[in-house]
Design a protein around this ligand. Structure first.
Ligand SMILES: NC(=O)c1ccc[n+]([C@@H]2O[C@H](COP(=O)([O-])OP(=O)(O)OC[C@H]3O[C@@H](n4cnc5c(N)ncnc54)[C@H](OP(=O)(O)O)[C@@H]3O)[C@@H](O)[C@H]2O)c1
Length: 313
């Protein structure tokens, strides 16, 4: 049966693809965006466009759209791959934590509450790991780290969990590095390869936990439709790779050499301080996601890269 969904982050990489899939299958999508006028151009066919700023989360007309919706999917957040001034770090946090808090407060006020909240999070929750090929695998039960990004994820998830007290089913999606050529990390990583200077970052022994954009969107839809799914779910492929193997696979897919290493400074130019997470790496496995019955279309990297690069625009 068609659902009514409130979606934040619909103008973003993941939200944009999800919006297309939801509308295609007949769901009604109410988008909460900073600029409804530009969203109307970009996201045709939404059920409603309402002004909402994740960073302030201030109340407004948008709150009325929460009542009567079947689910809220919250994917807003200022990009992490940027230069981190003290002010920007605050924005990274506020646009996730304050934004989520405002959505849950609106649910509290709504007479007819949504049944489900699918909330964004990131594998940054677990922090980074040392450059070792045999480091421990991080499943959903691993403890959170204490660095800046981990703390943002913990606070972000904590706000989402508050909705459980209202009887709302909450699924938290801890996303890895999303591979898509439309935007995001892969596009930035491809640049040095196309200049024939691509290769692993640093010693290449750090782990790279990735997910194909289709699997990311499929997983969000799966969690939306699976009434028994609640808690944390890692959205990263079952076969993470070391950065060395990622560079090899990307070089092969692009028919480019991959024997130069990318210095951390070059990565910082591409990703800003958010580069740390990529440079240090983490080995994440989607244990609960698989146990919940989700089937990855792209569990292994070579097929994922082949598919994404074939659809490059
Ligand atoms: N892509 C990845 O590799 C990845 C990995 C791990 C976690 N995630 C998380 O998954 C979520 C979606 O990722 P994405 O890649 O689709 O994100 P994205 O393309 O950067 O878009 C996220 C949305 O956040 C809103 N936003 C951006 N800057 C903002 C600001 N300064 N203040 C308030 N809102 C702002 C925008 O919504 P409006 O302009 O419509 O208001 C935008 O559509 C994010 O929270 C991200 O942290 C993504």
């Amino acid at each position: 049966m068609a659902k009514t969904i409130v979606l934040t982050g619909a103008t973003g990489l993941i939200g944009g693809e999800l919006f297309k899939r939801l509308t295609k299958r007949g769901d009604k999508v109410r988008v909460l965006v900073r600029n409804p006028e530009t969203a109307k151009e970009k996201l045709k066919g939404a059920d409603a466009y309402a002004k909402w700023d994740a960073a302030t989360g201030a109340g407004g007309e948008w709150e009325k759209l929460i009542g009567g919706a079947d689910a809220v999917i919250n994917l807003a957040g200022a990009p992490v791959a940027a230069r981190w001034t003290a002010e920007y770090k605050q924005l990274i946090s506020d646009s996730r934590v304050a934004g989520t808090r405002s959505l849950v407060q609106a649910m509290e006020k709504a007479a007819e509450k949504p049944r489900t909240l699918i909330n964004g999070s990131a594998i940054g929750y677990y922090g980074t790991q040392p450059h070792l090929p045999d480091v421990m695998e991080l499943s959903e039960s691993a403890s959170p780290a204490i660095d800046f990004l981990a703390k943002v994820c913990v606070d972000w998830e904590a706000e989402a969990i508050k909705a459980e007290k209202l009887g709302v089913r909450v699924a938290r999606v801890r996303t890895g590095v999303v591979l898509s050529t439309k935007d995001g990390a892969l596009q930035r990583l491809i640049t040095p390869f196309n200049l024939f200077v691509g290769g692993p970052i640093g010693d290449g022994e750090q782990w790279f936990s990735w997910i194909h954009i289709d699997d990311e969107v499929n997983l969000i839809l799966y969690l939306l439709d699976t009434e028994s799914a609640s808690g944390a779910f890692n959205a990263s492929a079952p076969q993470p790779v070391t950065m060395k193997n990622f560079a090899r696979a990307l070089g092969a897919a692009l028919s480019r050499p991959s024997f130069f290493s990318v210095p951390k400074q070059a990565l910082a130019l591409l990703f800003g301080e958010g580069a740390e997470a990529v440079a240090e790496g983490q080995r994440v496995v989607p244990k609960r996601t698989l146990e919940a019955g989700f089937k990855f279309a792209y569990p292994a990297l070579p097929a994922a890269l082949k598919d994404i690069l074939a659809h490059e625009k």
